[in-house]
Design a protein around this ligand. Structure first.
Ligand SMILES: Cc1cc2nc3c(=O)[nH]c(=O)nc-3n(C[C@H](O)[C@H](O)[C@H](O)COP(=O)(O)OP(=O)(O)OC[C@H]3O[C@@H](n4cnc5c(N)ncnc54)[C@H](O)[C@@H]3O)c2cc1C
Length: 534
C-alpha cells in the first residue's frame, strides 16, 4: 500500500479529531483505519437510539469483564463503539469538561503540559455551545446543546430537592460544580459524534484516506522505530507503512491490547503468550480506572417518558414528532439532569456525580441477545457515581490472537477510600430522596432505599447492583517514567520512536465527570503537539 505520513488506528472520539487536524495541512497524507463500519445508521444518528446500539454487536465491541471480586464477582457488560466515531457514536452524549483539579493532577503527575489553564483554552477551541434560545458561544466544530424545555418536567422537583439540601445550581453545566440540565453533544436533534463534527467534513480532502472494517493486528517496529501496521481486511492480511508516525487511538481496552500484540508491554505478560518482546514497558494495560454508579428506580406519581415510549402508539407519535420537528424524546440523551456535587460540605471538591432520568427500563436477554425494555408503568431513576475512585484494574491478553477479546479486570472497590465514597454518596442520595419535592414524585421505590440501610448495607447494595458508567481510562498512562507509564506528556510511547497513543487510555487519572469531552480535548491538543513536532 502507498506510504502515508501518519497512520491512525481507530476512528473513535480521539482518532476522528486527529484525522481532521493532521490532514488540515494538504501536504500531509493521513490514513485512518477503523475496525467498524460506517455510522450512517438511523439509531446512531438519533440520540435516543442509544438504547438500540447499546447491545448491537454490528457497531459495538460488547465486551464482558472477568468476574470482579469488588462487585460480588459479577461480570460487567462494557459496551465500546466499533464504528466511525467509536464510542462517541454510541454514548449517552453528556458533555462535561471535568474539574480543574482533575487536570492539575495530570500536570502534577509529571505532565505539566496538561494543567487546567492549558486544557481550558483547548476546550474553547473545540466547543460550539448552543443555548436553548439559539444563542451560540464559541466557534468550534463540536456542537453542544442545551435541551432547554425539551427536558421532562420532573426536572423541577429534582432541582427543588437539590436546592433544599443546599446543592448549588449550575446553569451552565459543561463543567464546574452544581446541578442542572446536562449539555449534550447533539446538533439540530442529531447526535454530534466526532465522526459528524470532525471526520466527515475532512473526508472531502484528497490527503485523508479512510478504511473501515479493518482490524489492525500489530504495529510494525524496526530498529526501535514504528514504521507501519499489519491489518486484516476481509480475510486477507496487509502491511502499510508511514514516513512519520503511527498513532494508536483504539481506546482504553484496545490500545493496550494492540501494544501488547506488537511486543510492547510487561515482559511477563508477553512471555506468557509467546510474544517476542520489542519494548519492555511494564505499565501497558495497568492503571485501569472507571466510574461505577448505583441506580435507584421508582414508579412515578406522574407520567414519564415510559408512558410515551413503552406503548407502540407512543413510539409512533414520538417517531412522527422527531421526523417532523427533530424534537421530543428521541432528540434527547436519556440523562437529562444531574451534576457534580459535594457529598458533604467538608469535601474539598465535588466528589459525586448525580444523574436523574425521566425513564426506567430493564434488560431482557434471549439466548445471546440482550435488549433494554422500557418499563410498562411511569418510572424514573436517580443514580450516583463517586468521581475519583482510587482502585485500579488491568487489561490482559487471553492469548496472542488479534481476534480474541482481551481480559478486562476492573479491580473495582479494592481501596477502602472507595467504600467511604459509596457511603457518603448513598447518604447524599438519602437526603435528596427525603425532601418533600422528591417524595412527591415517588409512587413506589423499586429497589432498596438508602434510608433502610446502615453503612455496611449501602456498600453491600452497591457491590450487588452497581455498574460501569462506561468511562474506562488509564491503561497506557501518560507520565515521565517508563517503569510506571507508557507515554510521555507528548503522548510518545517510551522507548519506541514514531509511535504515540492518543485516546482515553493515556489519562493518568479519571476526570470527575464524563470522559468524551476530555478525550476530544486531548486529541485536539495532541495534534498541535505533533504538528509542532514537540
Ligand atoms: C455506552 C456508552 C455511554 C457513554 N456515555 C458517555 C456520555 O454520556 N458522555 C461522555 O462524555 N462519555 C460517555 N462515554 C464515554 C466516552 O464515549 C469515551 O470515553 C470516549 O468515546 C473514548 O474515546 P476513545 O477515542 O478513547 O475510544 P473510542 O471512541 O472507543 O474509539 C476507539 C476506536 O478504535 C477502534 N479500534 C479499536 N481497536 C482497533 C483495531 N485493532 N483496529 C482498528 N480499529 C480499532 C474502535 O472500533 C473505535 O472506533 C460513554 C461510553 C459508552 C460506551
Amino acid at each position: 500500500l502507498t506510504d502515508f505520513d501518519y497512520i491512525i488506528v481507530g476512528a473513535g472520539s480521539a482518532g476522528c479529531v486527529l484525522a481532521e487536524r493532521l490532514s488540515a495541512d494538504k501536504h500531509t497524507n493521513v490514513l485512518l483505519l477503523e475496525a467498524g463500519g460506517k455510522d450512517n445508521k438511523f439509531w446512531i444518528q438519533t440520540p435516543l437510539g442509544y438504547g438500540r446500539t447499546y447491545y448491537d454487536k454490528r457497531v459495538n465491541w460488547s465486551y464482558s469483564t472477568a468476574p470482579d471480586p469488588g462487585l460480588s464477582n459479577r461480570q460487567g457488560y462494557w459496551p465500546r463503539g466499533k464504528v466511525l466515531g467509536g464510542s462517541s457514536s454510541i454514548n449517552a452524549m453528556v458533555y462535561f469538561r471535568g474539574l480543574p483539579h482533575d487536570f492539575d493532577d495530570w500536570a502534577s503527575a509529571g505532565n505539566p503540559l496538561w494543567n487546567w489553564q492549558s486544557v481550558e483554552s483547548e476546550y474553547k477551541k473545540i466547543e460550539n455551545i448552543v443555548d436553548s434560545n439559539g444563542a451560540i458561544h464559541g466557534g468550534g466544530p463540536l456542537t453542544i446543546s442545551d435541551p432547554g424545555n425539551n427536558c421532562h418536567s420532573i426536572q423541577r422537583e429534582f432541582l427543588q430537592s437539590a436546592s433544599k439540601i443546599n446543592l448549588p445550581h449550575n446553569p451552565n453545566l459543561i463543567g464546574g460544580e452544581g446541578v442542572g440540565r446536562y449539555r449534550m453533544t447533539i446538533r439540530k436533534g442529531r447526535r454530534c459524534s466526532t465522526a459528524s463534527a470532525f471526520l466527515h467534513p475532512a473526508l472531502k480532502r484528497p490527503n485523508l484516506s479512510l478504511m473501515t472494517q479493518v482490524n489492525v493486528k500489530r504495529v510494525l517496529v524496526e530498529n526501535g522505530k514504528a514504521t507501519g501496521v499489519v491489518f486484516d481486511r476481509r480475510g486477507s492480511e496487509y502491511k502499510v507503512y508511514c514516513r512519520r508516525e503511527v498513532i494508536v487511538s483504539g481506546g482504553a481496552i484496545n490500545s493496550p491490547k494492540l501494544l501488547m500484540l506488537s511486543g510492547i508491554g510487561d515482559p511477563a505478560e508477553l512471555h506468557r503468550h509467546g510474544i517476542p518482546i520489542i519494548n519492555p514497558l511494564p505499565g501497558v494495560g495497568k492503571n485501569l480506572q472507571d466510574h461505577l454508579a448505583l441506580t435507584y428506580t421508582y414508579r412515578c406519581t406522574r407520567k414519564t417518558l415510559n408512558n410515551r415510549l413503552a406503548p407502540w402508539w407512543g413510539k409512533a407519535a414520538a417517531g412522527a414528532q422527531y421526523f417532523l420537528t427533530r424534537r421530543g424524546p428521541l432528540a434527547m440523551s436519556i440523562n437529562q439532569f444531574g451534576g457534580l456535587v459535594r457529598s458533604s460540605a467538608d469535601r474539598d471538591y465535588p466528589d459525586t456525580q448525580l444523574y436523574c432520568s425521566p425513564l426506567s427500563y430493564t434488560t431482557r436477554t434471549r439466548g445471546d441477545r440482550s435488549e433494554s425494555v422500557i418499563d410498562p408503568f411511569p418510572g424514573f431513576i436517580l443514580s450516583y457515581q463517586p468521581c475519583r475512585p482510587l482502585s485500579r484494574g488491568r487489561i490482559r491478553l487471553v492469548n496472542n490472537k488479534p481476534d480474541s477479546a482481551p481480559a478486562i479486570h476492573p479491580g473495582s472497590l479494592q481501596e477502602p477510600e472507595d467504600l467511604d465514597d459509596i457511603v457518603r454518596g448513598g447518604r447524599l442520595c438519602e437526603r435528596l430522596i427525603q425532601t418533600s419535592a422528591f417524595q412527591s414524585l415517588i409512587d413506589e421505590p423499586l429497589n432498596s432505599q438508602p434510608d433502610q440501610l446502615d453503612d455496611m448495607g449501602l456498600v453491600e447494595d452497591f457491590k450487588q447492583r452497581a455498574a460501569t458508567v462506561y468511562h474506562p481510562i488509564g491503561t497506557c498512562r501518560m507520565g515521565p517514567d517508563s517503569d510506571n507509564s507508557v507515554v510521555d506528556q507528548h503522548l510518545r510511547v517510551h522507548g519506541t520512536e514514531n509511535l504515540r497513543v492518543i485516546d482515553a487510555s493515556v489519562f493518568p487519572n479519571l476526570t470527575s465527570g464524563n470522559t468524551n469531552a476530555p478525550t476530544i480535548m486531548l486529541a485536539h491538543r495532541s495534534a498541535e503537539l505533533i504538528i509542532n513536532n514537540a
